[in-house]
Design a protein around this ligand. Structure first.
Ligand code: C2E
Ligand code: CA
Ligand code: CA
Length: 657
């Protein structure tokens, strides 16, 4: 198989996208945070510094203005002093002037403090010296005025003090102008900075918008992927597959399509061998292989585990199956596993089973899927790996469901009957034992075991039924003894799944104990396919029962996978040859080689010190042949069919054939 990496790429892309998404969210948050901090701190720094500057400047102008006003007031007081006629009022004006002088000096000192080191300092000093000069000359003016020398006082005022005042006024004007300029400058600077902060914030916000939109788009894509795509293989997941199918059905696009349910054979084994991580790699490559067989309108989805569904055009089904017949995946061993070396590539064959259903118009999607899945399930019991759905399958399935449903009631209503098929000893032509065989009396019809045992076996209910039969057998043997009938050994069939239960032998022993049945009347039949996967289980089972005289036989020998050499290691009492062995014997066209084969098998089993019983003997010819090859234990319609209890009891009373 060509190694397809499309889906792996997709998964990687997805991983990358998730990573990118995360980075973007980070970037987004950081940009958001930075821009908010920047905005807040930028504006607050600017407004703070601006308000600091302006506050100070306002305070300065305010102080200059007050000083200015006070100087004017002082001047007015001096003038009023000059023009005042009474010495009382002159005195009052002098006091007023003195108070004002104190205020003026305080204001001057204050201004001196705030302006020290500033660009206004020089002008301040001029103002200072002007005011001090003015104040120190004011007393002279008051002296002239008090002495009634109004003219001299006026003259002094205009010629001396005016100079000082002009100096003060000029410098104050200059200071005011400077302060105004500084304020304008601060305002301009603040505006410049504010424009920068505003522009950069807009850029940041725009960036924030772009990043958040991008992450939303990516987020949608990722969440879409997460919702619709199987994370392991990158193909659709089941629920999205069904969604797409429903859409296709509405548009009438399914009419030439086939639904295929696919299951990888023995995937558990692959997983066990190469580990889960590489197992996932197998699933991914397998999904890619499936994809490579599909065209535009086809679909593939992973259902769960190693189960896939494909929707494909009818014309391409065969091609897909041909590809799947050869399916193999190349594994890159980039992880160290127990059985493999890192860095090596390994090719693994990936065989599969498929059930398929050719869509018929009007079929509901879930029915179509179930039909393909049913065909897949049924392929398990067959040799074919590609099975097409047929309507009988659904009928059988319904039968199965009903049967399972009714089984519980049937047990409690005693609907299961135990029949006994005699076993005959050909040396003496007498009854030597019997096999208990179950029947189901349901709705007045007797249902043969073939119709329900395999289903109960699949579903695990057989365990209950086998013990039901076995208890019935024990009860019957106890009754025989009670009624003075001499019992024969009765064999009971037990499904192979019992061997998984450690308590299997104990349960048998408990049951015979409960019904007080001697173990020598009991034989357990296990089908031959059991035990060979696990000889030890069977060996210990046989050993436990042997102590109580219970015998164990291998049923249907020749139909399973056992070999005589394997037989050797298992300590069973009897081997039951399957009916198919002698089916051809004593017929017109029988084959001499068949006879030789049976004769040898019988001889070898006997040599291994085991009894041989031949099942399904229907003709005298077969019986004669068996005797000639030293097989004296038989069971078959020639002697008796499985008999209801009453009939069998008659046979027990007259055991000769
Ligand atoms: P099996 O254990 O091989 O039982 C022998 C089957 O061969 C019986 O079919 C019997 O009626 C049939 N048979 C015997 N002699 C002849 C003959 O000369 N010619 C033909 N054509 N058939 C003959 P039955 O009773 O229908 O049972 C079928 C199978 O169902 C049994 O095969 C056994 O595997 C299973 N079974 C029956 N009862 C139980 C049970 O209680 N528990 C379990 N686990 N399986 C059971
Ligand atoms: Ca049997
Ligand atoms: Ca059998």
């Amino acid at each position: 198989m060509e190694k397809t990496t499309g889906n792996i790429l997709k998964i990687n892309t997805k991983k990358k996208m998730t990573k990118r998404m995360r980075t973007l969210i980070w970037q987004l948050s950081i940009i958001g945070l930075v821009s908010i901090i920047y905005l807040i701190s930028g504006f607050s720094i600017i407004t703070n510094s601006y308000s600091k500057i302006t506050n100070r400047l306002y305070a300065d102008t305010e102080a200059v203005n007050i000083l200015n006003q006070n100087m004017y007031r002082h001047q007015t007081i001096v003038f009023e002093h000059i023009v005042a006629s009474s010495s009382e009022s002159k005195k009052e004006f002098e006091e007023l002037a003195n108070d004002l002088e104190k205020d003026i000096m305080e204001q001057l000192n204050y201004l001196g403090n705030v302006m020290s080191g500033s660009s206004y300092e020089t002008y301040y000093h001029s103002v200072y010296s002007g005011i001090v000069g003015y104040i120190s000359n004011v007393d002279l003016v008051f002296d002239f005025s008090r002495n009634g020398e109004r003219e001299t006082a006026n003259y002094y005022m205009e010629s001396r003090l005016e100079d000082y005042l002009n100096k003060v006024n000029d410098n104050m004007d200059i200071m005011n102008g400077l302060i105004r300029d500084d304020m304008q400058l601060a305002k301009d600077n603040m505006e410049k900075e504010a424009v920068f902060v505003r522009t950069s914030s807009i850029v940041l916000l725009f960036l924030l918008l772009v990043v958040s939109t991008m992450s939303q788009i990516i987020g949608f894509r990722i969440s879409d992927e997460m919702v619709n795509v199987d994370p392991v293989t990158g193909v659709y997941n089941y629920s999205y597959f069904v969604e797409v199918l429903n859409k296709k059905e509405k548009k009438g696009e399914l009419n030439n399509s086939t639904f295929i349910a696919i299951n990888i054979k023995g995937f558990q084994y692959i997983n066990q061998q190469v580990g889960n991580e590489l197992g996932d790699q197998v699933l991914r490559s397998y999904a890619s292989l499936l994809k490579s067989c599909l065209q535009k309108n086809d679909l593939v989805a992973r259902f769960n585990g190693d189960a896939f569904y494909v929707l494909i055009d009818n014309d391409r089904v065969d091609d897909l199956f041909n590809t799947l017949d050869e399916a193999a995946v190349e594994l890159e061993l980039n992880v160290q596993e127990e059985f493999v070396d890192k860095g090596r590539t390994m090719t693994i064959k990936v065989p599969s089973r498929c059930g398929f259903y050719r869509y018929e118009e009007g079929t509901r999607i879930d029915d179509a899927l179930e039909k393909s899945a049913l065909a897949l399930r049924l392929s398990r019991g067959t040799n074919s790996d590609r099975i097409e759905y047929a309507s009988e399958m659904s009928k059988n399935e319904q039968y199965k469901t009903r049967l399972i449903h009714e089984f519980g009631n049937a047990i409690s209503a005693n609907e299961f009957l135990v029949y006994y098929q005699p076993k005959v000893d050909l040396n003496t032509n007498t009854l030597s034992g019997a096999e208990a065989l179950v029947r189901w009396l349901h709705d007045d019809t007797i249902i043969p075991p073939a119709k329900f045992i395999p289903i109960l076996e699949q579903e695990g209910f057989i365990v209950e039924l086998d013990f039901y039969v076995f208890e019935n057998v024990c009860k019957t043997i106890r009754n025989w003894k009670h009624n003075g009938l001499k019992p024969v050994r009765i064999s009971t069939n037990f499904s192979k799944i019992h061997l998984n239960d450690d308590k299997f032998a104990d349960r048998i022993l408990d049951t015979i104990e409960e019904y007080k049945v001697d173990g020598k009347y009991i034989e357990i039949e296990l089908t031959e396919s059991v035990g060979y996967g696990d000889n030890a289980t069977l060996t210990s089972f046989v050993k436990k029962l042997k102590g109580s005289g219970i015998q164990v036989s291998i049923d249907d020998f020749g139909t399973g996978y056992s070999s005589l050499s394997m037989m050797k290691s298992i300590d069973v009492d009897t081997v039951k040859l399957d009916k198919t062995f002698i089916d051809g014997i004593a017929k017109e066209d029988h084959n001499e080689d068949d006879k030789k084969l049976i004769a040898n098998i019988i001889r070898m089993i006997t040599d291994l010190h085991k009894n041989v019983l031949c099942e399904g003997v229907e003709t005298i010819g077969q019986a004669e042949f068996l005797k000639s090859v030293n097989c004296y234990q038989v069971q078959g319609y020639l002697y008796d069919r499985p008999l209801p209890l009453g009939e069998f009891e008659k046979r027990l009373a007259r055991p000769n054939y």
